[in-house]
Design a protein around this ligand. Structure first.
Ligand SMILES: [Zn+2]
Length: 217
């Protein structure tokens, strides 16, 4: 899960592009492949034959567009860009034009990341619903659909939030699939490092594959 690229004044959410490219190269040279979430709904419950890594980017910062996007595009690396609708077009964030340009590529997927990107766990249930529905309307207006993948801001959610997101898959936005990357909240941006450490450990020590999958999942 990545956030900012080459924005070194935000060290906790930033990654330097040379390090990011190194991550991608390590994954390419390992026996892991990049997961394309296009068929996420279908593939979600199927046992996995191959070990796959899903690249996700949160928040749609402008630095994603200027720094990482040209590289991912050139290499056709699949990813999900989780967009919060309120900050779109504000200083430091991507515009709808840029999001649409990215979205027009088969390997690029847009995910739902709420409207305000507030700590939604702290607001009332009504405010939470209003936030999600506001984002739904904006996504519909700008992209013509409501993204079917959802990621909780800050990775935090209550039972109510989880139930609401899951329940509404069948109703107002039937394809919404709750992507619970948030379970890995405590790993946050360090997740990819753990995956890479797992790959390297196996290369070096021949750690058995089950253990490695446990580390990843
Ligand atoms: Zn976020």
């Amino acid at each position: 899960m990545y956030h900012r690229f080459n924005e070194n004044k935000y060290p906790s959410t930033n990654i330097k592009m040379d390090i990011f490219e190194e991550h991608i190269n390590i994954i390419k040279n390992s026996d892991f492949s990049f997961h394309n979430p296009n068929n996420f709904d279908e593939q979600f419950n199927k046992p996995k034959q191959k070990k796959e890594i899903l690249i996700t980017i949160d928040d749609a910062f402008e630095s994603f567009y200027t720094e990482a996007w040209p590289y991912l595009k050139e290499n056709k690396i699949p990813f999900i860009l989780f967009v919060s609708t309120e900050p779109v077009g504000k200083r430091g964030y991507m515009t709808w034009e840029q999001i649409k340009e990215v979205e027009g590529n088969e390997f690029a997927n847009i995910g739902h990341h709420s409207h305000t990107h507030e700590y939604l766990i702290d607001v009332s249930n009504e405010e939470f619903i209003l936030d999600i529905e506001t984002a739904n309307k904006i996504f519909l207006r700008e992209l013509g659909y409501i993204p079917n993948l959802f990621s909780y801001p800050f990775g935090e959610y209550s039972k109510f939030m989880k139930d609401y997101i899951s329940k509404n898959r069948k109703n107002s936005y039937s394809k919404t699939q709750t992507l619970q990357i948030s379970k890995l909240n405590f790993l946050r941006s360090k997740k990819i490092y753990l995956i890479l450490i797992a790959i390297l450990m196996r290369e070096m020590f021949g750690t058995n594959q089950k253990q490695i999958l446990l580390i990843i999942l």
